[in-house]
Every structure is written in C-alpha cells, then in structure tokens.
Design a protein around this ligand. Structure first.
Ligand SMILES: [Zn+2]
Ligand SMILES: [Zn+2]
Length: 105
C-alpha cells in the first residue's frame, strides 16, 4: 500500500498570495509545477514572470520606500527617509518571489 504525502516546499511562496503552502502538482514540460493551497494558483518557480512591486514612492516626501514588513496578504513599505519621515504604505498585493527583505539600508 502506497501513501502519497504532499511535500511542502519550504523555500517557496505563492506568487499570488505569498502563502508558503505550495504543493507539488505535477510537471509541465519537465518542470515541476506547484499549486497553492491557499488561493489555488498554479506556478512553476523560476519560469514565471515574477510580479515584483516597484518600490513605491513616499506620498509625503517623494523619497523611495523600502520593504518594511511582508505579511501573508499584504506588504508594508516604509519611507526611505525614516526616521525623518514616518510614512508607511500598506500594499495588499503579493510582491511575488521577491527575496531580499531589505529592512534597513
Ligand atoms: Zn496562493
Ligand atoms: Zn517620506
């Protein structure tokens, strides 16, 4: 009797919702495909255009903002001039497979 257990890829996150709950979901042209259990999005890591958020611009001072906090379903950017400027921006969109947190510059 064979038991098939889903394998969670710990280093991958959904390009749509950033959920880490990606399970192997067969192959496409020899490439491993995954499906997100959170939103159902299928993806092939490395073979899909990464939806990366351009760094937003601070609405208060116009400086470039930095990624401050990445949550499951939203991302928080902080003004690059912090602490001189305390502007935060919450973006409810997955930044995709963006890696570097870049908390401090
Ligand atoms: Zn997802
Ligand atoms: Zn600012």
């Amino acid at each position: 009797m064979q038991t098939v257990e889903p394998i969670v890829e710990k280093n991958l996150t959904c390009p749509q919702c950033a959920s880490p709950a990606l399970y192997r979901f067969g192959f496409v042209r020899g490439l491993q495909r995954y499906i997100c259990l959170t939103c159902g999005r299928q993806c092939i890591p490395g073979h899909e255009r990464v939806i990366s958020l351009a760094r937003p611009t601070c609405t208060t001072c116009g400086a470039g903002m930095h990624l401050f906090k990445k949550m499951t379903d939203y991302t928080v950017f902080r003004c690059g001039r912090y602490p001189a400027c305390h502007t935060y921006l919450k973006v409810e969109e997955c930044p995709g497979a963006a890696t570097a947190p870049g908390l401090e510059d």
